[in-house]
Write a protein that binds this ligand. Structure first.
Ligand code: WQD
Length: 339
């Protein structure tokens, strides 16, 4: 009997790639999204890539009645919960909307799950819960600290799921702490399409390369790193999607809850990524060094051993592939999905 998985935030960047990975793994997927930060055109691309019409309902995960109807109709065996606002900088200017949306959404999803006797959830968390790393690489037992409202919603979300499991052992949760997602599906038909000025490095670089932005501002080159620019653990979004499938399989096999890093364990600096992208795309990336960005840390990269040992998952794509796939997506969709 094919198991059905409910995907929230389903037309977003990581979720749309996870949708394809879940289908390839034999799951039936019902996706929900309110399109607050994604395009309906993603559904057309998913239909093209999967050869089947996506099962989809437009809704806000804070709408319990709408979620109830989806659970009643599709009877999901588990939920992969992506739906949340995720811009660190924006969260510091709009904390209330981040707490309301991200926490209300998770609570409504969990309450609806409980009403429908569904107790398995894969939760989209973030390396941001580690705050300012004291030691590297980051292991899952490192100190946790919220350093911005976005990170606080992820830390509180992990705590909600931990307490749910402590109160009722039927709950099986997998909190996946993403490092820096980049790249795109090899087809170039889906990818990262941020609205407005990109906060993150890779989409800014791809928009410079395709001519939408004049030059990249590099936020500081005086960090205690090999070339002075920030070092991060970039992970290909397809590897990240496969990590979600591995975590779901782990829960559906009856295992206990898990909190796990999804990273490569390898850090690259801003200048290393810019150089790798220029080589992969054949495009020069004009850039200038400017002041540090508030809240940035010098370096952040994962110890991915737990995901390897417990989930049997490791990242497969290297930085060159991340850059090639990001460029293929952006060059064939210069203005994103709304072309
Ligand atoms: C990477 C590096 C910047 C943009 C954030 C969130 C994290 C996760 C991923 C949600 C840093 C430098 C960037 C630019 C630059 N999101 N940079 N110029 O800050 O590591 O992580 O996104 O889960 O929670 O915190 O990613 O891509 O913004 O920055 O120089 O225009 O690139 O200083 O060193 P970050 P990023």
């Amino acid at each position: 009997m094919t198991q059905t998985i409910l995907l929230t935030g389903a037309t977003g960047y990581i979720a749309s790639h996870t949708w394809l990975a879940l289908q390839a793994a034999g799951y039936r997927v019902i996706g929900v999204d309110n399109f607050s930060n994604s395009s309906p055109k993603v559904l057309e691309r998913l239909a093209e890539l999967s050869g089947q019409t996506p099962l989809f309902e437009r809704l806000d995960v804070c709408d319990g009645a709408a979620l109830d109807a989806v659970f009643a109709e599709y009877k999901p065996a588990a939920v992969v919960h992506f739906a949340a606002y995720k811009a660190v900088g924006e969260s510091t200017t709009k904390p209330l909307s981040y707490y309301r949306n991200n926490l209300d959404g998770l609570l409504t999803v969990c309450e609806t799950m409980r009403r429908h006797d569904c107790h398995r959830i894969v939760f989209s968390s973030s390396a941001t819960v580690y705050g300012q790393p004291k030691t590297l690489p980051l292991r899952e037992d490192a100190d946790l600290m919220a350093v911005n409202p976005y990170g606080a919603t992820k830390l509180i979300g992990e705590g909600i799921l931990r307490d749910l499991g402590a109160a009722d052992p039927r709950w099986q949760t997998a909190c996946l702490r993403y490092f820096n997602p980049v790249g795109a599906h090899e087809s170039g038909r889906i990818g990262e399409d941020p609205r407005g000025i990109p906060n993150n490095l890779m989409p800014y670089v791809t928009q410079v390369a395709v001519g939408r932005r004049a030059k990249l501002s590099i936020f500081g080159d005086d960090y205690d790193t090999p070339d002075g620019t920030g070092v991060r653990d970039y992970i290909h979004v397809v590897d990240l999607a496969d990590g979600h499938v591995a975590a779901l399989n782990f829960l559906l096999r009856g295992n206990e809850s898990i909190w796990v890093n999804l990273g490569t364990g390898r850090g690259y600096s801003v200048l290393e990524l810019v150089d790798a992208f220029a080589k992969a795309s054949g495009r020069e990336i004009p850039h200038e060094i400017v002041a540090r960005r508030a809240g940035d840390v010098a370096a952040c990269y994962a110890d991915p051993a737990l995901a390897r040992d417990k989930l049997g998952w490791t990242a497969k794509h290297d930085l060159r592939r991340m850059c090639e796939d990001s460029w293929r997506w952006q060059s064939s969709n210069p203005n994103g999905f709304e072309g």
